[in-house]
Design a protein around this ligand. Structure first.
Ligand code: FA5
Length: 357
C-alpha cells in the first residue's frame, strides 16, 4: 500500500504555523512566508504530488491541502498585521515630541524668578533698623523746585555751597528753576511744612529715595544713587541725641566690630555739622583702592538743624530743636556686602546679581 502524498501535510502545517508565530520582525516573517508557501515550499511540492493520486481522490486531497494552506495564510496575515502595528507604534514613540524638552532645549535662557535689587533690599533693611528705633518712614518727590532743593535749605542762588552738588536741571519751559533732587534733604522741608500746617510736630522720620548728581561714576559714586534722610524735630534735642542715633544705626546694620566716627564738616542747613564714617569693610581699615587708602568710608552728613531752615518753614527755634542726617544707601550696600566698585550695582551682570537672590 503506497502512502498518501499528503501524509506529511499535518506536520508541515504545524511547522509553518509555529514558524509564523515565532517571527518577531516583518522581514523575518516575509522570509518564512516564501519558505513555507512559496514556489519551492513543501506546500507547493505537496500540491504537485496530487497528480500522483487517482483522479477520484484528487478533489478531496486538493481541498484538504487548500484548507491547510488557507490556515497558514490566515495565520501569516494575522501575524503580519500584528507586527506592522507594533512597528508603527515603535516609530510613533521614537518620533513623539516632548514639548518640555523642546522648550528647555530651544530657549537660550533659564526661567528664573526675579528678586528685589540689592539696593531695594538694603533700603528695606535700613528702614527696619530705623523703625525699630521709633522712626516713621516717609518719602518725597524726585523732581524739585530750586526752593526745596536749595533755598529753603539755606543755599540761596549764587551761594558757594551750590558747588557741593553738581546738578541736573529740568527744562519745563517755565520761569521757575526745576532740578532732579541732588539729595534727600528737600524732604526735610516738605515734612516740616506739613507738620506745621497740620499741627503735628514733633517729627521723627526717615525718608529714603533716589537722588541725581552729575558725578562721574567711580568706585564710590553713581550719577543716580539713593539716600536715607533722617529728621528729628522735638523739644530739647541735642547733638548727643544725634550721635547716639548714628552710633545705634551703624552698629545695628554693620555689626559691633565696625567702628563709626564723626568728623566736623560743613552743610548750610545744619550747625554744627559732621560727616560720619565707618571702617572700610573691604580692607577692614588697612587701606585699599575703594577707600582711597584711608581705611574709612564716608556714609553721610548730619548736624543740628540751622535756625535759618526753621525760619523757612515757620518753626520757632526757641521752642523746637532738632537734627538731620543723610547717608548713601548704595554706599551701605557696598560696605555691607564688600563690593569693591559701586558700578557693579548698575551693570546688570547676572553673575553678580545672582549672589544676592
Ligand atoms: C548730603 O547729600 C547732605 N544732604 C547730607 C546731610 C543731610 C547733611 C542732613 C546734613 C544733614 P553728601 O553730599 O555728603 O551730603 O552726601 C551724603 C552721602 O550720600 C555720601 O556720604 C554718600 O554716602 C552718598 N552719596 C553722595 N553722592 C553720591 C554718589 N554720586 N553716588 C553714591 N552715593 C553718593
Amino acid at each position: 500500500m503506497t502512502s498518501s502524498p499528503l501524509s506529511t501535510l499535518g506536520d508541515e502545517t504545524a511547522r509553518a504555523l509555529a514558524a509564523i508565530e515565532a517571527a518577531d520582525e516583518l522581514g523575518a516573517l516575509d522570509e518564512s512566508h516564501a519558505t513555507l508557501v512559496g514556489r519551492r515550499s513543501a506546500f507547493v511540492a505537496l500540491q504537485r504530488s496530487l497528480g500522483t493520486l487517482a483522479p477520484e481522490e484528487r478533489g478531496a486531497a486538493g481541498a484538504t491541502l487548500q484548507e491547510a494552506r488557507r490556515r497558514v495564510e490566515e495565520a501569516f496575515a494575522a501575524r503580519r498585521a500584528l507586527l506592522e502595528s507594533r512597528e508603527r507604534q515603535r516609530r510613533l514613540d521614537a518620533d513623539r515630541l516632548d514639548l518640555g524638552d523642546v522648550v528647555v532645549a530651544q530657549v537660550p535662557w533659564r526661567l528664573t524668578l526675579g528678586h528685589p535689587s540689592l539696593v531695594a533690599s538694603t533700603q528695606r533693611e535700613l528702614e527696619d533698623v530705623f523703625v525699630a528705633m521709633g522712626f516713621k518712614v516717609a518719602d518725597g518727590p524726585e523732581v524739585e523746585s530750586d526752593w526745596y532743593n536749595f533755598e529753603a535749605l539755606n543755599i540761596p542762588p549764587a551761594h558757594p555751597a551750590r558747588g557741593m552738588w553738581d546738578t541736573f536741571y529740568v527744562d519745563l519751559g517755565e520761569p521757575e528753576t526745576v532740578v532732579l533732587r541732588t539729595h534727600t534733604s528737600p524732604t526735610q522741608i516738605h515734612l516740616m511744612e506739613a507738620a506745621v500746617a497740620g499741627g503735628t510736630l514733633p517729627v521723627h522720620s526717615v525718608m529714603p529715595g533716589r537722588c541725581y548728581r552729575r558725578d562721574t561714576p567711580d568706585a564710590r559714586h553713581l550719577a543716580a544713587f539713593h539716600q536715607v534722610e533722617g529728621l528729628v524735630v522735638d523739644r530739647d534735642i541735642t547733638f548727643a541725641d544725634l550721635a547716639g542715633v548714628i552710633e545705634t544705626f551703624t552698629k545695628a546694620y554693620f555689626g559691633e566690630d565696625i567702628d563709626a566716627r564723626l568728623r566736623p564738616a560743613y552743610f548750610p542747613f545744619t550747625e554744627p555739622s559732621a560727616e560720619f564714617e565707618i571702617t572700610c569693610t573691604i580692607c577692614r581699615g588697612a587701606g585699599c583702592r575703594t577707600c582711597s587708602q584711608t581705611g574709612w568710608i564716608e556714609l553721610g552728613g548730619c548736624g543740628m538743624l540751622d535756625p535759618a531752615v526753621f525760619d523757612a518753614v515757620g518753626i520757632d527755634p526757641e521752642e523746637w530743636s532738632g537734627f538731620a542726617f543723610g547717608f548713601g544707601i548704595d554706599r551701605c550696600a557696598q560696605m555691607r556686602y564688600q563690593i569693591a566698585d559701586m558700578r557693579a550695582l548698575i551693570e546688570n551682570d547676572v553673575r553678580f546679581l545672582e549672589q544676592f537672590s
